[in-house]
Write a protein that binds this ligand. Structure first.
Ligand SMILES: Cc1ncc(COP(=O)(O)O)c(C=O)c1O
Length: 444
């Protein structure tokens, strides 16, 4: 464990105790998300340092889907990052956070004409997913939508999948991008660029969690080699920017940051050296690897019971905050800390138990058969490495409210300051978003 890793765990420990002490988790708000501001800044610094190359313009964007919270996007913006957005909502969040257009990239497989028009008008980079979308962009340009927006095409290098099928975007039949190895596809891409001198980027994203670095690099290499062929055919540097996506996997087993951004950049420099020789600008779109280890869900244990000899802690953190972990536990196991009523790590003999959530279905378990110090009513649990795709990706089952999220900083004495990132959804909010202001349906 290195010093940085150690510090992350120490800051988290201080924050968990302080969150309990300061009443951030309560009867009214029995589950909260906590985000380590120092950790986020350090992740951003590590990313910049890993890719920095003299003479190469690099834009690191943050995949908004991983933490769709305006103050977090603003913090990342201050750290020099932009935003990768994949819906009108994500674009609105990035704009609300003050992310400039020239650091914003619009991906997504189902952009409407209105979305494309808006992006082009704002000067936001657009990565077209498929030939039909490119034709829509042609039509918008012909209709006079003035735009200096960079435009790219997403390609699927079809290099294969990782360990989690749902996260693997470069399989033979993936829904994303132009499937490069399909018959005639590469010829079509070369023609598409030849006919459109303004098409100046190329985009690929090989997948997310579960994809090994070598496979990610193979996807990037395929895109790079294609860009080289496009540019050779054009007789100029038509593709001037390669957008290499995100996808760096996260270690959910310990506090160690492995693989690191530096590890990935090293593999890329070895496998695709031409990417860094100054002819191309680079865009990245990391999400999980920037935020996951900097976030923790803290929840109260409401009851401790037993069934069939199995102790069960019934907590307030379940499928509504840990959706993937609950529904696909083998792909998304997370560490759970057992905390006492003061938010301190419990010691005591590990006992095999289930850690359940509040949702009304039997599978609502964030840990099953896990050996932990025995949890009791009034204790707390901490779900670790949940800064990305957890508390910001709420699942509205049982109308459970979206929990509050607090950023924290801790000084060397362990004193913790919290700043709210999102308030908890109120019952009035819930009723309103569930059609509360609309008239009752009438019988026909
Ligand atoms: C196009 C694109 N870019 C970036 C990302 C972010 O991936 P990760 O959070 O694994 O870095 C995703 C994730 O789905 C994506 O689809």
């Amino acid at each position: 464990m290195d010093v940085m890793t150690d510090e992350l765990g120490i800051r988290r420990g201080h924050a968990l105790r302080a969150a309990v002490e300061q009443g951030l988790v309560s009867e009214a708000e029995p589950v909260v998300g906590l985000l380590d501001v120092t950790g986020v800044e350090r992740s951003a610094t590590a990313l910049h340092a890993a890719f920095a190359t003299p003479g190469v313009a690099i834009t690191h964007t943050f995949a908004v889907k991983a933490a769709s919270l305006v103050p977090v996007l603003a913090l990342l913006g201050e750290c020099g990052l932009g935003a990768e957005v994949a819906s009108p909502g994500e674009l609105a969040l990035a704009r609300a956070a003050g992310i400039p257009a020239d650091r914003t990239v619009l991906d997504s497989p189902a952009k409407t004409v209105a979305e494309l028009r808006e992006a082009l008008a704002l000067g936001i980079a657009v990565n077209a997913d498929n030939p039909q979308e490119l034709a829509r962009i042609d039509a918008l340009r012909l209709a006079g939508t003035e735009s200096a927006a960079p435009v790219g095409l997403r390609v699927n290098p079809q290099v294969g999948g990782g360990t989690i099928g749902a996260m693997s975007t470069a399989t033979a039949t993936s829904k994303f991008g132009v499937a490069l190895r399909d018959p005639g596809a590469e010829e079509w891409v070369l023609r598409a660029y030849a006919e459109r001198p303004w098409l100046n980027r190329l985009h690929t994203h090989t997948g997310s969690q579960g994809v090994p670095l070598e496979l990610m690099a193979a996807g990037v290499r395929a895109a790079y080699e294609l860009a080289e062929r496009i540019n050779a055919a054009a007789g100029r540097q038509q593709v001037s920017v390669l957008d290499i996506g995100g996808g760096l996997p996260v270690n959910f087993r310990s506090d160690d940051v492995t693989p690191s951004f530096a590890d990935y950049a090293r593999v890329l420099r070895a496998e695709v050296p031409g990417l860094f020789d100054g002819r191309y600008g680079i865009v990245t779109e990391f999400g999980r690897s920037l935020l996951a280890k900097n976030g923790t869900v803290l929840a109260r244990v409401e009851y401790a019971k037993s069934a069939g000899g199995r102790p069960i802690a019934v907590t307030h953190a379940g499928a509504q905050v840990a959706t993937r972990t609950v529904f696909v536990p083998e792909a998304w196991p997370i560490r759970v800390l057992a905390l006492d009523g003061k938010g301190r790590e419990k010691d005591g003999e590990p006992v095999v138990q289930d850690v359940a959530g509040p949702c009304c279905f039997a599978g609502d378990l964030v840990a099953q058969g896990r050996a932990l110090p025995l949890l009791d009513a009034g204790d707390f649990v901490a779900l670790l490495d949940t800064g990305a795709y957890y508390f910001s990706n709420h699942f509205a089952y049982n109308s459970l409210p979206r929990p509050a999220v607090h950023g924290y900083t801790a000084d060397s004495t362990g004193s913790v300051t919290f700043a709210q990132v999102r308030t908890a959804q109120t019952l009035d909010d819930l009723v309103a978003e569930s059609g509360g202001a609309l008239p009752p349906l009438r019988r026909g």
